[in-house]
Write a protein that binds this ligand. Structure first.
Ligand code: ATP
Ligand code: MG
Length: 241
């Protein structure tokens, strides 16, 4: 008889507690992202969503708990080592170099990889053709939506297997929000698992496989995105219905 062994999740956070002072901000939070999934975290302002992502990516120390990539314990590894394990992170703000050109931003995104920055730039420009016309432009001159596109494109230069996104659609016009979500679907379709935080909860869940609700630094709800979208509690408290 052969045992069927389930593949470990691409990314797992297990019982994470972290924060900035003695009092923790994130308390005993667990989540997982399977290969090929888009997973969205929603929750009120100050719930600890960004803190959780920063802890997963090694910017903050986990006081308790484990982070695993493909089952391997990576707890406490610094961001540059996590990048080598296939993670990329687009923070909520300051996610591009405004004084550098679009092309230079892309090259910086790929700097940890020794092979073919040129080839990967070509590939990323196929996903984001809007950037192809603006390669020589200073990134600081781009519109908000184009900057967000550039931030995503920079992360893609690493060819990550798991992409962490902190509010990729924040402060964009409705048309640009649509475009950013379409980009995320395309990135996922090409094989990258996505874990994102979003305030545009309805639209984010609409393109996600599963979701988590965090409140007050703790797991509150989780489930298939369609179930969360249909839940009375989620609709009332987090979708403003
Ligand atoms: N660098 C920091 N130093 C100290 N406290 C911080 C820091 N960043 C966040 N906090 C505090 O941690 C708590 C959680 O913040 P966090 O940014 O993780 O929330 P969030 O869920 O991402 O909120 P938002 O939806 O507003 O982005 C808040 O009380 C916040 O004031
Ligand atoms: Mg945040």
């Amino acid at each position: 008889m052969s045992a069927v062994v389930a593949a470990p999740p691409a990314l797992a956070a297990e019982g994470i507690t972290s924060g900035y002072s003695e009092t923790p901000v994130v308390r005993d939070v667990s989540l997982a992202v399977a290969r090929g999934e888009i997973v969205t975290i929603i929750g009120p302002n100050g719930a600890g969503k960004s803190t959780l992502l920063k802890t997963i990516f090694g910017f903050l120390r986990a006081r308790t708990g484990r982070v695993r990539v493909d089952g391997a314990d990576v707890t406490g590894l610094p961001p540059e080592r996590l990048v080598r394990r296939g993670l990329a992170f687009v923070p909520q703000t300051d996610n591009i170099f405004a004084s550098l050109s679009v092309r230079e931003n892309l090259a910086m995104g790929g700097f940890t990889r020794e092979d073919g920055v040129e080839a990967r730039t070509e590939w990323v420009l196929q996903v984001f053709p809007v950037l192809a016309d603006r390669l020589g432009e200073r990134a600081g001159r781009l519109s908000g939506g184009q900057r967000q596109t550039l931030a995503l494109a920079r992360a893609l230069m690493l060819e990550p297997s798991i992409l962490l996104l902190d509010e990729p659609s924040a402060s964009l016009s409705p048309v640009m929000v649509e475009s950013v979500f379409a980009n995320i679907v395309e990135i996922n379709r090409r094989g990258t698992a996505v874990l994102m935080i979003e305030q545009n909860a309805r639209q984010a869940l609409a393109i996600s496989h599963r979701g988590y609700v965090l409140t007050n630094g703790q797991n509150r709800l989780e489930g298939p995105a369609a179930e969360l979208l249909a839940s009375d509690e989620v609709r009332r408290l987090y979708l403003g219905e």
